[in-house]
Design a protein around this ligand. Structure first.
Ligand code: NAD
Length: 434
């Protein structure tokens, strides 16, 4: 089948999570008739009621889309047949052995395979290891008896959305596209050229798949490196935050990364292990990933250890209020959050832990014990031994925290330059507690 100017009007987005929901609304905004499909009935119920479970998606925008008659959601795979384009944004997590779990991706492929019709353009967006699109997803689609490039098209285009980042709208992030055949590439390029400000063609799905992994491994390794550097600076009594500020004045060759309680989310801690899986299969080296993983795992333990050193009383007599449990600022996402790992550490040691997060009401710990968030009051701040700042949400009442707390351990450098009653300690702040 030769590539032609596309006349696609109907798009189905499979998986309405952090990636699929904003993408579905962007496609609606760009003039497509959109059907969002998800297996989670609660999400669909919330969306139909105009409630957004993602901070960047505003309920007004959602209601407007539904009212237009050009946006709908469904839990039925039957609607796939009516679409011209199907975009797959399902999760690609790790299983209990830290290996890629492609079960969502495979079941999405099977559902599409049963509804595949001539002319369909399928775009896979989930992050995964190189070879998934061609060796796994395509094989499932071709179980339909239809042939790629002849009967349908298959593209891979990694999603690069950065939840919570208001600097870049989804359409402003350059979109990498690839196709299993040249005509697949031409079609996905044409479609996305009308959606995104900039579209970057690459030569194969494998290049597109590993590009996404390179981007996320780069962050994984550098964040782990700066956290190890922070531990070093603590020992040397040097303020890492001042060091990073000074190094950032170099106009080339240096990009700042900042310390914190560790890596979290659905991407950065997961994607490197997808790459490691592929590296192991290929007998290739992957030492950076292993090293970063072990540094990352050690940070929550290190933070708990710092608290133990600061307060000369037993952990069982210590009370700590955590500010922020999401893995990064201004999002509702607690998946893989290191902040929760820090809480786990403290709870295990018998510390009386409470938390406050403007985006999260409740968390569930490994032991299945749930913990409800508390309100920050002047009395609470004054009553706990320490306020531990783990996430730097924009709305953090840092003045109030400094003013009323006895002690603050700040892992995000948000207390810099502020004075109050509290004694302030910083991760990598040059304070070597012995
Ligand atoms: N969250 C991010 O910041 C981000 C950024 C870039 C890429 N990604 C990648 O995008 C993919 C999706 O991530 P996410 O964060 O949106 O996940 P998510 O868990 O927020 O959303 C995925 C949705 O897919 C639904 N789903 C699962 N199986 C389905 C099926 N067979 N049919 C229909 N719906 C199904 C789930 O119910 C869920 O609502 C992952 O591969 C992830 O690595 C995520």
């Amino acid at each position: 089948m030769t590539a032609r100017k596309h006349s696609y009007k109907r798009v189905g987005v499979l998986g309405l999570g952090f990636v699929g929901l904003p993408l579905s609304l962007l496609l609606y905004k760009k003039g497509f008739q959109v059907t969002g499909i998800d297996i989670d009935e609660n999400k669909l119920k919330a969306l139909r009621a105009g409630d957004s479970y993602i901070s960047e998606v505003c309920p007004i925008q959602l209601k407007e889309a539904f009212l237009s008659g050009k946006y709908e959601v469904s839990d039925s795979m039957d609607v796939l047949k009516r679409q011209d384009i199907i975009i797959v944004c399902v999760p690609t997590p790790l299983n209990e052995n830290n290996l890629p779990d492609l079960s969502y991706l495979k079941s999405a492929g099977e559902a599409i395979s049963q509804q595949l019709k001539s002319g369909h353009l399928i775009i896979l967006e989930s992050s995964t290891f190189p070879g998934t699109t061609r060796d796994i997803f395509l094989r499932i689609l071709e179980q339909s008896g239809k042939k790629v490039g002849r009967d349908f098209h298959l593209a891979y285009s990694p999603e690069r959305i950065d939840p919570g980042n208001e600097k870049f709208k989804v359409e402003e992030i350059p979109k990498i596209v690839s196709g299993v055949t040249p005509s697949c590439l031409t079609l996905v390029f044409e479609v996305y050229n009308n959606v995104y400000d900039s579209v970057v063609k690459v030569n194969s799905p494998e290049v597109a798949e590993i590009t996404k992994l390179l981007e996320n491994c780069y962050r994984y390794i550098n964040i782990s490196f700066i956290n190890e550097f922070a531990m070093l600076c603590d020992k040397l009594n040097i303020d890492i935050w001042e060091v990073i500020k000074a190094a950032s004045t170099k106009p080339y060759g240096f990009q700042p990364f900042f310390p914190g309680p560790g890596i979290g989310g659905h991407c950065i801690p997961v994607d490197p292990l997808y790459l490691k899986y592929k590296a192991l299969q290929a007998g290739a080296p992957h030492q950076f990933i292993d090293l970063s993983q072990s540094i990352n795992d050690s940070i929550p333990v290190y933070i708990a250890g710092q608290l133990e050193k600061i307060f000369s009383k037993p952990f069982q007599q210590l009370s700590v209020l955590i500010y922020g449990v999401t893995y990064k600022p201004d999002v509702k996402d607690i998946r893989g959050s290191s902040a929760i790992q820090v809480i786990e550490q403290l709870v295990k040691k018998g510390v009386d832990v409470k938390f406050h997060d403007p985006f999260v009401d409740e968390i569930v710990l490994e032991s299945n014990v749930s913990m409800k968030g508390v309100k920050i009051t002047d009395e609470l701040l004054g009553s706990v031994d320490c306020v531990l700042i783990l996430t730097d949400h924009t709305v953090i009442p840092v003045d109030k925290i400094i003013k009323h707390s006895k002690n603050v351990y700040d892992t995000r450098n948000v207390t810099r330059g502020l004075n109050g009653k509290a004694e302030v300690y910083r991760l990598g702040g040059g304070f070597d507690v012995v």
